[in-house]
Ligand binder design. Sequence first.
Ligand SMILES: [Zn+2]
Length: 190
Amino acid sequence: MIHVSEHSVTVVRLDDTSSAAREEIVLGVQGLLLARGVIVPNDCRDALWQPSEWKPGPAARTAVVEPVDWFDSFLDTANNGVDIRGERDVYHPVENDEAPRCAKCAAAAPASYTDSADWLEAWMTAGHEPGFTCDQCGWSGPVGDWSGQFGVLIGAPAVTFLNWPPCSPALITDIRGLLGGRTGIVVSHW
Ligand SMILES: [Zn+2]
């Protein structure tokens, strides 16, 4: 059996907002990506092959950092969709899983982060983003303010690019701006 490895990049809003506001944000992100031709509606959705509502558009090339030699095969590959979700969800790095680092001194996350999943459980059920204090310098911050792109995050709305080449920083900045509030990135691999 051949294992085809897949990856995704998710940009997620961490701060809570009303469902009306989330709906408006989703429309705003869709509008921007459609206007730039980065995405188009996926007219042949398939639960296993192409489950996303959106697929790469005619200008998808402008959304990536630099042309990659596998871009054409990427356009034909399985599961190259874009998901734009308005409901709160969990974004897990899967095989990339790596604890974030202190935003001030870059020390590793404390044992309370790495040795227990209670904070994640509480974040999922109670909805409050947990905070952690650095063992080394004493800095404290909500988990989304710690540095890294390989830790689990929860929030909404979120935009996920499935199996895309790396997106340009300018596009990511625009998406973060439209999501509003504090945002985070989860780079997943499975
Ligand atoms: Zn620190």
